[in-house]
Design a binder for this molecule. Structure first.
Ligand SMILES: *Cc1c(COP(=O)(O)O)cnc(C)c1O
Length: 367
């Protein structure tokens, strides 16, 4: 049986992406490779809503490195930061800021607590300088209200750093419209590429800040080197060349399909279809605002974790577990990657079977 992935990433690659490895490639220190990178990054920048040339760099490293490198390069010792901490990834921003000795406060949310204006209000006019948010908190599926966050950041003159890793190419996203100063994305989520590249896009004022910063704590991740090199489509060190080719190919594929909105519509269609079918078989979905990238499914009487194991062991279907105290309560089904409506029908059928099996086991175990 072939594995079927409904996980948040790395997702199952499209055949076209796999085929990239069969084609020829150019040595990366050539003007030809540089030109390809420049064109590709310009297209990607446009998709995230930043049209300024050379305002995006890429790192050969996973998304967390992008998060950490932004903290190293975009914060200063006298910054006072605010973090929306609604789960694993919000917590990660907190850990990274702490590690780099940057002063911060966090708005800590319960896993099922919706972020609202009342959470933000106590932090207005308190001397904060930056706001960090993982717009889609992948660990729970909550999609925060970017309009509300953006307005708060503008009113308080905060530099806004958005980890858009799991919302980009699943939900509408527009860096310019929302006045975002740094956006972090990575290759293995909505872009459906191999894991290993992260991309950071900067606003004009964030670029100034990056150029002004001296003594960046990491030599390898000093953004000034990346910004200087990217003008020629180059990187200071050897990049994951093949993922760049995958990206070029994927952007072409999205264009061919009908463009960004068409892609977003397809993800939305898969998402809505899954949610409708899930409710029909009696599954519960939490009621906080959700990204189209994934659907969390809530379990009350049986263990979500056990259901995941049966899906994997018996049907070769992979969905995401949740960590810590949510392990038995939630599982997460992703809607990105190379999956179809027919795959969702199959998933729903197998979920029903897996649930029945776990239920039977649970009843037998009750003394
Ligand atoms: C996947 C993800 C990351 C990056 O995790 P890596 O394992 O370092 O690639 C960061 N933030 C969010 C919101 C994510 O979903």
């Amino acid at each position: 049986m072939k594995n079927k992935q409904f996980i948040v990433g790395p997702v199952e690659l499209y055949q076209e992406t796999r085929d990239v490895y069969q084609t020829d490639f150019t040595y990366f220190r050539t003007p030809e490779f540089g030109a390809m990178v420049k064109t590709t990054l310009a297209q990607l920048s446009k998709m995230i809503g930043n049209k300024k040339p050379n305002s995006m760099i890429y790192l050969t490293a996973s998304g967390t490195a992008g998060m950490e490198a932004v903290i190293e390069n975009c914060t200063n010792k006298d910054d006072k930061c605010l973090v929306i901490n609604g789960g694993t990834f919000g917590h990660r921003f907190c850990e990274l800021l702490e590690y780099h000795n940057i002063d911060f406060s966090s708005i800590d949310l319960e896993w099922n607590e919706t972020l609202t204006q009342k959470h933000l209000n106590p932090y207005a006019n308190k001397g904060y300088t930056m706001l960090f948010v993982n717009l889609h908190e992948t660990s729970t599926g909550q999609l925060y209200d970017i309009e509300m966050i953006s307005k708060f950041a503008k009113e308080n003159n905060l530099l806004l750093v958005v980890d858009a890793i799991s919302t980009f190419l699943a939900d509408e996203f527009d860096m310019n419209k929302y006045g975002i100063d740094a956006t972090i994305i990575s290759s293995q989520k909505g872009l459906c590429l191999s894991a290993g590249l992260s991309f950071i896009s900067f606003s004009e004022r964030m670029l100034k800040r990056v150029y002004a910063k001296e003594n960046v704590s990491s030599k390898y991740f000093d953004f000034k080197d990346y910004l200087k090199n990217i003008e020629r489509g180059q990187t200071p060190y050897t990049p994951a060349v093949f993922i760049m080719y995958e990206l070029q190919d994927m952007l072409g594929l999205i264009e061919k399909e009908g463009g960004l909105n068409k892609r977003l519509k397809f993800i939305e269609e898969k998402c809505k279809y899954f949610r409708k079918k899930a409710l029909e078989i009696g599954l519960k979905i939490p009621d906080y605002p959700l990204s189209n990238m994934l659907t969390p499914v809530l379990f009350e009487n049986i263990s979500a974790y056990d259901v995941i194991q049966v899906l994997k062991d018996k049907y070769c279907i992979f969905v995401n577990p949740c960590g810590g105290k949510l392990a038995d309560v939630l599982l997460r089904v992703s809607h990105i990657g190379n999956t179809t409506i027919a795959d969702i029908d199959d998933l729903i059928e197998k979920m029903q079977l897996a649930i029945n099996e776990v239920k039977e086991r649970t009843i037998c175990n009750v003394k």
